[in-house]
Write a protein that binds this ligand. Structure first.
Ligand code: NAP
Length: 224
């Protein structure tokens, strides 16, 4: 019988991450799923190995990174973090540190939720941080690096975010107008991003790959 893989997820209590965690636990690709969290997920599952950690001290749990595939769904907003520096810690420092630890332990695939427009040279702070993270991840030379580039995420979250709420209402009207090269800006359901990530990991395409709205939808459809 084919050996099953081991996954590690960070950001498992978030909108995309929580959806993805359920999918990782329910699928037959993985026999062990490690979730590093700063607060418990509340999920109990025989496949789940959950560890509450201080993300500033990720190096202390380096052995947890001895897995095949790492899924990074971490993120914050500048408003929530309180400063650009605090935002950068969550959206750059932690994902990169996790990638370095995973690489040192032999992980072959790293999948991360970045954002459409990620670009290390842009003046837009958010997109620049995402782009800088991608550049740093590419240098680590994973067998497979998968960069998710969603536009606005749709889904039910506890916290109210004005832009997301507005785009949720407008999405049925706006999305069909975003065609061709603009299709990448279509809002996307967080559950579709999660489904796509699982499918992409299962596919195991090598090299560095970027997934915008059309590719995310295509992969999510294959997982459905
Ligand atoms: N929202 C959008 O429209 C949008 C669009 C494009 C790209 N993205 C990107 O997509 C990714 C996922 O977004 P999302 O909306 O699913 O995220 P989310 O719901 O805000 O979840 C973020 C996750 O990161 C964790 N986290 C935040 N700050 C942390 C810290 N200081 N230490 C440890 N963990 C921390 C959260 O843990 P807690 O639950 O403990 O807070 C949660 O698990 C993010 O990188 C985001 O930038 C978002």
């Amino acid at each position: 019988m084919e050996n099953k893989r081991k996954a590690l997820i960070i950001g498992a209590t978030g909108l995309v991450g929580n959806e993805l965690l359920h999918r990782l636990l329910d699928c037959d690709v993985y026999d062990k799923v490690t979730a590093l969290v700063r607060r418990p997920t509340g999920i109990s599952d025989s496949k789940l190995h959950e560890k509450v950690i201080d993300f500033d001290e990720m190096g202390l749990v380096v052995d947890e990174f001895a897995v095949d595939d790492v899924f990074c769904c971490l993120g914050t907003t500048i408003k929530k973090a309180g400063s650009q520096e605090a935002f950068r810690k969550v959206d750059y420092d932690y994902p990169l540190k996790a990638a370095e630890l995973a690489k040192s332990k032999g992980a072959s695939q790293y999948l991360v939720v970045s954002a459409v427009g990620a670009d290390p040279t842009t003046k837009v702070f958010y997109s620049r941080v995402k782009g800088e993270l991608e550049s740093a991840l590419i240098k680590l030379q994973f067998d497979s690096l998968h960069l998710m580039h969603p536009s606005l995420l749709l889904g039910d979250r506890d916290e109210f975010r004005t832009a997301e709420a507005l785009s949720g209402y407008l999405s049925p009207v706006v999305s069909p107008l975003l065609r061709g090269r603009l299709a990448k800006f279509r809002p996307i359901q967080a559950e579709d991003v999660a489904a796509a990530m699982l499918q992409i990991a299962a596919d195991g395409e090598r090299g560095t790959n970027i997934y915008e709205w059309p590719e995310l939808q295509e992969a999510a459809r294959r997982r459905a």
